[in-house]
Design a protein around this ligand. Structure first.
Ligand SMILES: [Mn+2]
Length: 563
């Protein structure tokens, strides 16, 4: 890592990473003496600390950046900015800033801790180990960090062990579970004293000759949601039937699902909900449940972080089973087994169902979820002057790229974003064999679909997160023109207003977890697209929930490093 730039350096290599981004000094600041600059920097730091404790991380980061510009020799400013970046899920930047802090002060415990937390957050626990050890050298009696080092070491071993056995998989969990349901073994039998909803005997979407797999109805789902709201849990057998019902539906879908909005209808697109079940129920009340005619696309990251991931996952999967053609789901980077081990979903499955089987079944289910959806309008777009007052008016909507054959709009919906190379075609995306590849890994189209983020600078850049990449407005436009796509609609990043129109509206972000992690203070949002491809946004606020904190099931030592 290079030395921090001098206060007057321009740091203007704007296509490169903003890894050690230092803003320019104003003319007034330039005029200050070194001592005055140092004092002004401390004032910025204090202001930043004030924002930070109120959960205003972007504002806090801004202040620390100004402090760094005024006095780049103070390790605390870099380390505090790293703390903001951790909260903003910019782990790649946090690593860079913590490294700057450690260059200035090699015995700075907080900076080691923040860099370790960032490595853990991007599932590189191995890289966190040296920093945790460094802390213990400085503070041998730090019991918390000692416990965290032990837990992190265990996680590294577990991930390596599971990678090693992955090749010799035998019967898939879905096979084992189906057998348990048939034989009424393994906890599959629903106890007589169970007082919750039961799957109907006269429902739909059963499997001929296999009555033990059950059938489903809309009334069951309504009753299940009410039961969940009361804090109650479904028996194993019913949960398994729901997961298997959704799994069968996903298995028949390609990696790129194509959905044409029926004339007269519209589709809703929902972003990250991250286990915030009470917000999710409120959201479903606003958009209405899926039905034969009402399509809803859940754009990934419905599990992890929030402590009701099981409830959201089962609700979405029940809809998928009941309405397989109108309940659409894209996989997010959190519908992956490694993330679930760190961010709570695996622990939650164990706590709520006991044993390992249900999490393994969810892992198989997540692998089957499609990676993207192309939503097509059946009717040509309205001229811009006729767009309804409440419709999106970005350039991408007023002067849309349309399909040259039909004259209509296509929306490409994906959790993360675009790619590290040009001219990736829709056919290429559809041809990804997600069943063979299973997990997104560290490179390739699947990883990029699930992880990448838009960036304001043109071209491509390293990811602020340290995973995936950043793609600029020129990359988005070229890709949309190549594929005749009007809009890339993605999720994956919190936005203060719940949604954002970027890259002239060609790349939009929708995020549906309001007050993310009970701390970010953001609105949630959802999108609606009608038969002409007109795009509408709606925002909503967080709802009260029972007093269970985010990441409650993530496992003590590591959850404290990530929250
Ligand atoms: Mn995500």
């Amino acid at each position: 890592m290079s030395a921090p730039p001098s206060p007057t350096s321009t740091a203007s290599d704007d296509t490169a990473a903003t890894s050690v981004d230092v803003p320019l000094l104003t003319a007034a600041e330039e005029a200050l003496s070194p001592a005055e600059r140092a004092t002004a920097a401390l004032a910025q730091k204090d202001e930043g600390n004030g924002h930070f404790v109120q959960g205003k991380y972007a504002e806090a980061k801004e202040c620390y950046s100004r402090a760094i510009a005024l006095d780049p020799s103070n390790a605390v400013f870099w380390s505090n900015r790293a703390a903001c970046e951790l909260k903003l899920e910019q782990q790649g930047l946090a690593i860079a800033d913590a490294t700057e802090a450690l260059t200035l002060n090699p015995s700075f415990v907080k900076a080691y801790y923040r860099r370790a937390s960032a490595h853990l957050a991007i599932l590189d626990p191995k890289a966190a180990l040296p920093d945790l050890r460094a802390i213990l050298k400085i503070e041998p009696n730090n019991a918390t960090v000692r416990t965290q080092l032990e837990a992190t070491t265990k996680l590294v071993r577990r991930l390596e062990f599971e990678k090693a056995i992955r090749v010799e998989e035998g019967v898939p969990p879905s096979g084992t579970v189906a057998e348990h349901l048939e034989q009424r073994t393994g906890g599959a039998e629903v106890r007589a004293d169970y007082d919750g909803p039961r799957l109907p005997t006269d429902g739909v979407n059963g499997v001929p000759g296999k009555p033990w797999l059950g059938t489903i109805s809309a009334k069951f789902i309504d009753d299940m949601i009410a039961y969940f709201k009361d804090g109650k849990r479904l028996p194993l057998g019913i949960a398994w039937q729901i997961i298997l019902g959704a799994l069968r539906a996903f298995q028949s879908e390609p990696a790129l699902v194509r959905y044409t909005i029926p004339k007269g209808d519209s589709i809703h697109v929902v972003g990250d909900t991250h286990g915030q079940f009470y917000d999710f129920v409120h959201l479903m009340g606003l958009i209405g449940a899926p039905s034969e005619t009402h399509a809803v696309l859940f754009n990934g990251d419905f599990v992890d972080r929030g402590s009701w991931s099981v409830e959201i996952a089962l609700t979405i999967m029940a809809y998928k089973w009941l309405y397989p053609h109108t309940t659409l789901v894209n996989r997010g980077n959190h519908e992956t087994s490694d993330m679930n081990k760190v961010y709570g979903f695996e622990g939650e499955c164990k706590a709520k169902f006991g044993g390992e089987m249900t999490f393994k079944l969810f892992t198989e289910l997540f692998i089957a979820i499609p990676l993207s959806t192309l939503i097509s309008a059946p009717v040509a777009p309205l001229p811009s002057e006729q767009l309804p007052a409440d419709a999106s008016k970005s350039l991408a909507q007023t002067a849309p790229i349309v399909d040259p054959k039909t004259g209509c709009k296509h929306f490409f919906v994906v959790h993360g974003g675009l790619f590290s190379r040009d001219n990736v075609s829709l056919d290429e995306i559809a041809a990804i064999n997600r069943f063979a590849q299973k997990q997104p890994g560290q490179e390739g189209l699947m990883m990029e679909l699930l992880w990448s983020d838009p960036q304001p600078m043109p071209g491509r850049g390293p990811s602020k997160r340290g995973v995936g990449l950043g793609f600029g407005p020129d990359i988005t436009r070229a890709w949309c023109e190549y594929n005749h796509v009007s809009t890339v609609l993605r999720s994956h990043e919190v936005r203060q207003n719940g949604y954002a129109e970027e890259h002239q509206g060609l790349c939009c972000t929708v995020f549906s977890a309001p007050n993310y992690c009970d701390s970010t203070g953001n609105l949630g949002a959802f999108a609606r697209i009608d038969e002409r491809g007109t795009l509408f946004w709606t925002t909503f606020e967080a709802q009260p929930h029972p007093n269970i904190r985010p990441m409650a099931y993530a496992g003590g030592p590591m959850s404290s490093m990530l929250s």
